[in-house]
Structure formats: C-alpha cells, structure tokens
Design a protein around this ligand. Structure first.
Ligand code: SAH
Length: 173
C-alpha cells in the first residue's frame, strides 16, 4: 500500500490500489494460502498480481511464483516493489485466462479475482495431484479447491463466500 495509507495497512479489509482494483483483505489472503498448502519449492501460478501482497506471501513460504496481471501499471509497480523487498517472482503482464503454458505444469494455481467458472485452460496447466484455489461466481464468489486426479478429472470442494473484483479477459495498458 502507498505510504499515505500506512495507518490502514493492518486493517482486515480490502483497500483500493489504483486502476479500479483492490488489495485482498489479509483474512482472504490467509484463507487462500491455507487452502493451497504450499510446500517449499512448489511452482505456483497466481492470477491477479494486484499489489503483490499475495505474491510476497507465496515467495515467503518458499514457492517459485509466476504471477499474471492484466493491468500494466499494477504489474510494473508490483514488480519493482517486490524486487526492492528482495522477492524474485516472475511477474507477467497478460491475460490470466491463458495462463503460462510455456512454464506449465504448476503444482498449485491461485486465482485472486472472481472467475466466471473454473477456467479449463488453467486446469490443463495443473500437475496431476496439484491444487487450484479459485473463487467462482459473479457478485459473490464461492471459494473452491480443484484437485487434478490421476485420471485427469477434477475433484472440487466448496468453502466460504467472498467478494473479489472480477476476472476479465483483455489486457489494459
Ligand atoms: N493478489 C492481489 C489481489 C488483487 S485484486 C493482491 O494481493 O493485491 C485482483 C487482481 O486481478 C486485479 O489487480 C485485477 O486487475 C487482476 N485481474 C483480473 N482479471 C485478470 C486476468 N484475466 N488476468 C490477470 N489479472 C487479472
């Protein structure tokens, strides 16, 4: 968060970060992180870099993080901030629906915006036995975990409801 809002940094609420987007509230970041079950060295794909807060948490847990952001300004800002803080994720400016086939498969995939449904293109980039954590829905989203079973089908579990900014397809420069 910008220095001007330092007083709000530890409040458990979502907060504007520019480009019409928000930093997820700490509880939500904790909840999604818990569901991912990160092991040191996991290759993780994050959709929605935003502020880079969730990215930093994943790096801190020892994951190798690839994060995609559709807003150029946010991607650039998060990249330089995370570098300054000593984290070395790969931040990509692009459309998260496409994932990063060149770096697939991933042990874990985390979507930090409200998805219209479970993105098939991303499920394809998940390792067998891997977990995707995705909030699905329009106004309100149900948090889901999607495990890729050995027969390549999905095992889906539902958790609490959350409110995220929507997952949108086109890039914004
Ligand atoms: N993980 C972030 C959450 C930011 S809010 C944080 O900790 O701050 C969700 C972000 O998802 C927004 O920045 C939004 O621009 C981005 N987003 C939405 N749809 C996307 C898509 N298709 N590809 C990549 N990023 C997307």
């Amino acid at each position: 968060m910008d220095n001007a809002f330092i007083e709000s940094a530890y409040i458990d609420k979502a907060f504007p970060i520019g480009s019409g987007q928000t930093i997820s509230q700490p509880y939500t970041v904790a909840f999604q992180t818990l569901l991912l079950g990160i092991q040191k060295g996991d290759k993780v794909l994050e959709i929605g870099t935003g502020s880079g807060y969730q990215t930093a948490i994943l790096c801190e847990l020892g994951a190798k993080v690839f994060s995609i952001e559709r807003h150029k300004l946010l991607a650039d800002k998060a990249k330089s901030l995370l570098e300054k803080l000593g984290y070395i994720p790969k931040i990509h400016f692009g459309d998260g629906f496409k994932g990063l086939p060149a770096f697939a498969p991933f042990d874990k995939i985390i979507i930090t915006c409200g998805a219209p449904d479970i993105p098939q293109s991303l499920f394809e980039q998940l390792k067998t036995g891997g977990v995707m954590v995705v909030p699905v829905g329009e106004d309100v989203q149900v948090m889901k975990t999607v495990v890729k079973k050995p027969d390549q089908t999905m095992e889906v579990s539902d958790f609490n409801s959350f409110r995220f900014v929507p997952m949108l397809g086109n890039k914004v420069r």
